[in-house]
Design a protein around this ligand. Structure first.
Ligand SMILES: *Cc1c(COP(=O)(O)O)cnc(C)c1O
Ligand code: SF4
Length: 434
């Protein structure tokens, strides 16, 4: 890795400027000419950037640019930061909002998809615009902070919905806001009695680690429990600076998690991924998710097959520390939410035996106990352990609870024909077929 002081563009920059996130923010690289003072760019690469910039924007912090290999266009840091021409192209299966987040937004900037938690988007700006951003429909269109009325609307929604026990503050990148603005939002959420945990999603430890200051960490610690999830995709991003940023947060008692995106040419290799997850544990970051790349427009060149993701998981589980093994998820197109994907470890199931295999290929039979599964129920049908009747179980859990016998897609021709026998609105009709 280069010393930033040796990069011509940063000649004359002082250490205190470099270490100040405001300087990093103000001096972000946004055009080809400036970028070509940091890395070699072929004419083709320059044309690709120009082509992509007609549709998306570029902004790279000097720090993140200093991690780039100046001579190698396939450098994983470059691939995440420098646009390519393919970004301007759209495949028929790609869309603006593949996760259908808008449809699950009761108020602008807040997505309420899961029963007990919400995603609260408090800004549309980021310090570095990732080439693989799934929320590019809003992120980086302008460097815009959500207007105060929108924040207030979100807060009000959370106040009014007592079932929300977990608020995930994201964006854009919440840490592009000033300490005061971040504190305002976190404090307002903490004042809501039914909110138990606050989570913040930020890529600043990776792309602008100068943002993580002792002062910020001390402020956040006043509102515990606060969790932070960050976004490392490649071992090369684990530097003295990003390690220090994570240490400051961890020292403030903030548990750190990481969400990676599986990206072709960047980290779709089991060995790179293993090095990444092990490196994360060394800097006290728990690998949380590996995401299958979403079907957002302009990302075809980044996407891998799901098979490749499963292959990577096969190389992790058992081969390395269990704590280092994240959950591999695909965010289901159309608003299905995150679905975990795993290699198949159950080979067969019989009446009382489950046949499982381990990472080495050892196959074992697990003999199950003999007991009456209803022994937990009291005479009134309530569970003795939790004192409830498990009746509000949703979805597949509802099938297991015996509350429903089936989940039936609505709007099918078959259902129409069967109308008399299959009244609409019956419990369990959770799907709408378009
Ligand atoms: C990812 C996500 C969450 C949080 O999911 P967890 O699995 O709890 O981390 C919440 N809401 C939305 C809309 C999300 O996409
Ligand atoms: S930091 Fe997150 S929201 Fe911002 S550009 Fe990158 S992926 Fe998108």
């Amino acid at each position: 890795m280069r010393n930033w002081r040796e990069i011509p563009l940063f000649e004359g920059v002082t250490d205190s400027e470099w270490n100040d996130w405001h300087w990093q923010w103000k001096n972000r690289i946004e055009d080809v000419e400036t970028l070509s003072k940091v890395v070699e760019l072929s004419d083709e690469a320059k044309r690709g950037i120009q082509e992509a910039l007609t549709r998306v924007r570029m902004a790279i912090t000097p720090y993140y640019a200093s991690l780039m290999d100046p001579h190698d266009e396939s450098c994983p840091v470059r691939l995440q930061a420098i646009p390519r021409g393919q970004e301007a192209r759209q495949m028929p299966w790609e869309s603006v909002d593949p996760l259908d987040e808008e449809a699950d937004s009761p108020v602008p900037g807040l997505t309420h998809r899961y029963p007990d938690r919400v995603l609260f988007l408090v800004t549309e700006q980021c310090s570095m615009y990732c080439r693989h951003c799934t929320r590019r429909r809003v992120v980086g269109v302008t460097d815009r902070v959500a207007p105060p009325e929108r924040i207030e609307q979100g807060l009000q929604y959370i106040r009014e919905h007592k079932e929300i026990r977990d608020v995930l503050i994201s964006g854009g990148d919440p840490f592009t806001l000033s300490d005061d603005k971040v504190e305002f939002i976190v404090r307002k959420i903490r004042e809501i009695p039914h909110v138990e945990i606050i989570r913040i999603g930020t890529r600043t430890p990776v792309v602008m680690p100068q943002r993580i200051t002792e002062k910020l960490a001390r402020m956040l610690a006043k509102y515990h429990p606060v969790y932070i999830n960050t976004h490392f995709n490649h071992p090369k991003e684990i530097t003295p600076e990003s390690s220090r940023a994570c240490a400051i947060l961890a020292d403030a008692g903030i548990p750190l998690g990481n969400q990676s995106v599986l990206l072709r040419g960047v980290n779709n290799c089991p060995f790179v991924m293993r090095e990444l997850v092990q490196g994360l544990l060394r800097i006290r970051v728990k690998p949380y998710y590996i995401y299958q790349c979403d079907l957002t427009w302009g990302l075809e060149h980044f996407r891998t097959t799901i098979g490749e993701g499963l292959e990577i998981m096969e190389y992790l589980r058992g081969h390395t520390t269990g704590l280092a093994v994240p959950t591999y998820v695909v965010d289901a197109p159309g608003g299905g939410g995150k679905i975990p994907l795993s290699p198949q470890y159950i080979l067969a199931m019989g009446k009382n035996t489950v046949v499982v295999r381990n990472y080495e290929g050892v196959i074992s039979g697990y003999r199950e106990p003999e007991y009456d599964p209803s022994e937990n129920l009291d005479a009134g049908g309530k569970c003795r352990l939790c004192r409830s009747d498990h009746r509000d179980a949703l979805g597949v859990a509802g099938l297991l609870a015996g509350e429903k016998v089936s989940l039936v897609p609505q709007g099918t021709k078959r259902l129409e024909r069967r109308k008399d026998h299959h009244p609409s609105g019956e419990a369990g009709c959770v799907f709408t077929q378009e």
